[in-house]
Design a protein around this ligand. Structure first.
Ligand SMILES: NC(=O)c1ccc[n+]([C@@H]2O[C@H](COP(=O)([O-])OP(=O)(O)OC[C@H]3O[C@@H](n4cnc5c(N)ncnc54)[C@H](O)[C@@H]3O)[C@@H](O)[C@H]2O)c1
Length: 440
């Protein structure tokens, strides 16, 4: 099937590459000519494991191409996906739908005959109906079918998630749209992936409900971790103890510095705004947002406490700045709150991240970016682990101790055990577990 993918960012590029791997003929369109220029040269603008090889393979097979010419891509396509950004509106929590609406107008102008328009972007309830209206008004001669097909992939595991999803959700408004979606996801039908066909409205809400539920789980265990610290319990044990209950499940029960990223924070705000606008406020979702935002700020205080609340003239080594490992995405990363707070308290920052430094350097001022983790720790008063990249999991602790002025580690991802840090002679502060004092 001929497919046009509007927006070649994290979701559009991964979805486009995966649909071409399924055997479809995909053209990815973006308004950013530098992005398309890089893609045409085989240079992938984002870091996502396996994506470069997948793109190269399908470009060579003639199934995947890139353009800035939306009309040329949309004209012959049977299905057109909208995968543009839906950030929070400036000064408010509502999703900014201007990119989606613009894409719909552009698609309408470039269409003829019959066209299925699929929204892959995360959009509030009612957006599918609005897209349908825009299409019909802009080009009444065309038979448009509108679909909501939210994407659940995780950055860092995006290809695996797209190819082997837990489920695919399709909100459809016609039998033709249903057939096109079946055809698009045919390989997944064959391997019996559950496909949920529903209405546009339910599909749009499923995406937000899923993200908000997961964010709630993270926030729940984060607050439990705070309580564990006060009462001398170990949050790792609590998480395991509750996670073994199948009704709860063990995923998304890892305590940390608060969730960030391109989706959870903005999706929570957008769902809260939708609920407010419809007179059905979601108090749990509001609380998750508040708790998470204050948590990111509290993490800087935690690091300061490990240095006896005296950061003036001190140097803190920061390991990891992206919101999670295996991505270069810095959107709403906890580091964006933590690093400036440490600087305001007088600390100098030496930092290292395997993939995120180029992007982070645009967002964080006054940071010394280092060659590797050990370089970052050289001469620092303490080290703080903000992102659980695998290379930080097996640091040579003797070497770390020699490099630091004082053996102080703040581990906001709990990637070391209390026993090993005690044996290594560190002052070790983690999340939801007892603090190890160097002299313990
Ligand atoms: N990143 C994720 O992990 C993820 C996961 C699931 C869902 N989503 C959702 O998918 C959507 C896209 O997210 P993303 O992370 O890929 O965003 P992104 O910012 O990486 O990519 C969006 C792309 O769309 C392009 N664009 C904007 N308007 C355009 C237009 N009119 N025509 C052509 N291109 C246009 C931009 O230049 C950009 O390259 C969002 O709604 C997001 O919430 C993201």
């Amino acid at each position: 099937m001929k497919v046009a993918m509007i927006g070649a960012g994290y979701v559009g590029l991964v979805s486009g590459a995966c649909f071409s791997e399924f055997g479809h003929e995909v053209i990815c369109v973006d308004v950013d000519p530098s992005k398309i220029g890089r893609l045409e040269k085989g240079d992938i603008p984002i870091f996502e494991p396996g994506l470069e090889q997948l793109v190269e393979k399908n470009v060579q097979a003639g199934r995947l191409s890139f353009t800035t010419d939306l009309a040329a891509a949309v004209g012959p396509a049977e299905a057109v996906f909208i995968a543009v950004g839906t950030p929070s509106r400036r000064g408010g929590g509502e999703a900014d739908l201007s990119y989606v609406h613009q894409a719909a107008r552009d698609i309408a102008a470039a269409s003829g005959g019959r066209k299925v328009v699929v929204t892959k972007s995360t959009v509030p309830v009612g957006t599918g109906a609005a897209v349908r209206r825009i299409l019909a008004e802009a080009n009444p001669a065309v038979e448009f079918h509108v679909v909501s097909n939210p994407e659940f992939l995780r950055e860092g595991a995006a290809i695996e998630d797209f190819m082997r999803p837990n489920r695919v959700v399709c909100g459809v408004d016609s039998e033709h749209a249903r057939q096109i979606m079946r055809e698009l996801y045919r390989p997944l039908f064959l391997n019996e992936t559950p496909i949920v066909f529903t209405t546009l409205e339910s599909s749009e809400l499923i995406k937000y409900a899923a993200n908000c539920f997961l964010a709630t789980k993270i926030t729940f265990i984060n607050e439990m971790a705070d309580l564990c610290e006060k009462v001398g319990a170990d949050v790792q044990a609590v998480a395991r103890g509750i996670g073994l209950d199948k009704r709860i499940g063990n995923l998304f029960l890892h305590p940390g510095p608060g969730f960030g990223g391109s989706c959870f924070p903005k999706d929570i705000r957008a769902l809260a705004a939708t609920a407010e606008n419809h007179g059905a406020p979601l108090r749990i979702v509001d609380a998750v947002n508040d708790v998470n935002e204050s948590r990111k700020k509290a993490m800087a205080d935690k690091i300061a406490r490990a240095l006896d609340d005296d950061l003036a003239g001190r140097t803190v080594a920061i390991l990891g700045v992206t919101f999670k490992p295996n991505t270069d995405d810095m959107r709403e990363s906890p580091s964006l709150a933590i690093v400036p707070a440490l600087q305001r308290a007088g600390a100098a920052i030496r930092a290292y991240d395997p993939e995120g430094m180029e992007e982070a350097a645009k967002l964080l001022d006054g940071v010394t970016w280092c060659e590797d983790a050990y370089d970052a720790m050289e001469g620092a008063d303490a080290v703080a682990i903000l992102t659980e990249w695998n290379i930080f999991r097996a640091l040579d602790l003797d070497r770390v101790k020699k490099l630091l002025k004082r053996p102080v580690m703040v581990d906001l991802r709990n990637i070391y055990t209390l026993d090993e840090m005690r044996a290594a002679g560190f002052r070790y502060v983690s999340i939801g577990r007892s603090e190890i004092r160097a002299e313990d």
